[in-house]
Design a protein around this ligand. Structure first.
Ligand code: PHE
Length: 370
């Protein structure tokens, strides 16, 4: 009996000290398993005399039942403690601020468009807009492109199928058709005063917008952005054009000044026409504006052709004007160092979050560039 008392004391102590379910199981196997200590004692009952068995039987069975109950209690207590710990650890603190939500960003093209608009606005230009879907007249004819002239093909135009009226529309290949729309607006007869913004020369407008050409490589995408500039007044000459563009470029690239050169070129709607190059430095692998003795082609420009003025009802003997067309995306790539134009319109969120701008950094005509 003392053996049973000692065994019970030992087992009770180790059950009380068991730290987890695995320890409980080990004790259970050692005591009640096939070759466990209590199981061993129960096996001895068979070889006892009836008298011995009458005494030992209830003692050993009682021990087995008490140990089984202790094991079950301890197991339940451990499981309850484990659950309590998990509940405590997994508590949701609803007072914590929510994790920051990924914010959208301002696309570099939009940022650059606003920077450019801001600079030109400071110089007294108004913003004009026109439709992306144009007709032949505004995109070509009114701009002095002769009928059937190969220059129309030069632009790799996207044409729509002719409509029911037989008119073939197109996606504008440049922002120049808005020159025509703006100048024609200035000549609305007094009978049409409801046409908003009926302005007389002097005209000073810029036209930011989408343009389309069937073309795609590292520096061309089928859709891209241009900013047209148009100035019409009395006594306007190339000197005004040169000053305006040099001032704009220096301000845009945030350098003290730029040098420029004008290479003769041909556009049907300007005479003379030129391509403007600006001085740059390419020695360091990247293009630096405002220093160096290399040249970078930046835009097309010229004096508005008298035929265009006449077409729009403006007397070329009284008014002259200059016009220019800048590639917005390209200027952005130069300023912010994006290597491939096609990436601009892939909508890859990694690219957008890397090159995009905070909406709070948007430049505006009142506060200047950010
Ligand atoms: N529209 C011309 C182009 O897209 C650029 C340009 C605009 C040239 C205005 C002269 C004057 O190539």
């Amino acid at each position: 009996m003392t053996d049973l008392t000692t065994l019970e004391a030992e087992l009770s102590a180790s059950i009380a000290g068991a730290a987890d379910a695995a320890a409980i199981e080990a004790i259970r196997v050692a005591a009640l398993g096939k070759s466990g200590s209590i199981s061993g004692l129960l096996k001895t009952l068979g070889s006892m005399s009836p008298d011995e068995r009458r005494e030992a039987g209830p003692a050993i069975n009682g021990l087995r039942d008490r140990v089984a109950a202790l094991l079950a209690d301890r197991k339940a207590a451990l499981e309850a403690a484990e659950l309590d710990a998990r509940l405590a650890a997994e508590t949701l603190d609803l007072t914590l601020p929510a994790p920051p939500r990924r914010k959208g960003s301002v696309h570099p093209t939009m940022q650059v468009m606003e920077e450019m608009t801001t600079i030109f606005a400071e110089m007294g230009f108004q913003v004009a807009e026109g439709p992306d879907i144009e007709d032949d007249f505004h995109n070509f004819t009114a701009l002095n492109f002769p009928e059937k002239h190969p220059a129309r093909e030069m632009h790799d135009t996207f044409f729509f199928n002719p409509g029911l009226d037989g008119v073939r529309k197109l996606l504008r290949t440049h922002t120049s058709p808005v020159q025509v729309r703006a100048m024609q607006r200035t000549n609305q007869p007094p009978a049409a005063p409801w046409i908003a913004g009926a302005i007389e020369p002097p005209i000073r407008i810029i036209v930011p917008g989408r343009t389309y050409r069937c073309d795609s490589d590292a520096t061309h995408t089928p859709m891209f952005h241009q900013m047209e500039g148009l100035v019409i007044d009395k006594g306007i000459h190339m000197g005004h054009l040169k000053w305006t563009l040099e001032t704009f470029i220096a301000r845009f690239f945030e350098v003290a000044g730029v040098v420029s050169r004008f290479r003769p070129h041909h556009f049907p709607f300007t005479e003379p026409s030129a391509e403007m190059d600006i001085g740059c430095d390419r020695s360091g692998g990247e293009v630096k504006i405002g220093t160096g003795d290399d040249w970078l082609e930046i835009l097309g420009c010229g004096m508005v052709h008298p035929n265009v003025l006449r077409q729009c009802g403006i007397d070329p003997d009284v008014y002259q004007g200059f016009a220019f067309g800048l590639g917005i995306d390209r200027l952005g790539m130069l300023k912010y160092g994006m290597p491939d134009l096609r990436d601009m319109f892939e909508s890859d969120t990694r690219w957008l979050s890397h090159y995009g701008f905070s909406a709070f950094a948007a430049p505006n005509p009142a506060t200047g560039l950010s």
